[in-house]
Design a protein around this ligand. Structure first.
Ligand SMILES: C[C@H](O)[C@H](O)[C@H]1CNC2=NC(N)=NC(=O)C2=N1
Length: 102
């Protein structure tokens, strides 16, 4: 797959403006979202859907799960920063979350 290019400037700002559930990470060029589910079963079902979508796109989240909380960080390691691949995955994640009423 072609190397992803880092998003910068107005393109980056516009992409983030369309992802209100996400915020820029403090220490890195990445975006993050915390999701709180009803219970662990819901959280893990959601993670399964994200995992399959991530594998299909060959673009993977950094994430951390405790009980019903899932913290997700998206960045593109190949680009050393945020790329369109992260934006695309964030939108898929938001759509999955919406299916869980989040
Ligand atoms: C070889 C493979 O395409 C790369 O290692 C992919 C896999 N998944 C990835 N996921 C993320 N988040 N960033 C990457 O740069 C990346 N690269």
């Amino acid at each position: 797959m072609a190397m992803a290019e880092k998003l910068t400037g107005a393109a980056r700002d516009a992409a983030l403006a369309r992802l209100p559930h996400w915020r820029a990470a403090k220490e890195r060029d990445a975006i993050e979202r915390r999701l709180v589910f009803r219970d662990f079963s819901q959280a893990f079902a959601f993670m399964t859907r994200v995992a399959l979508a991530a594998e299909a796109a060959d673009h993977h989240p950094e994430w951390f799960n405790v009980y019903k909380i899932v913290d997700i960080v998206l960045t593109t390691h190949d680009a050393d920063g945020l790329s369109q691949r992260d934006i695309d995955l964030a939108h898929k994640i938001d759509a999955f979350a919406a299916d869980f009423g989040i």
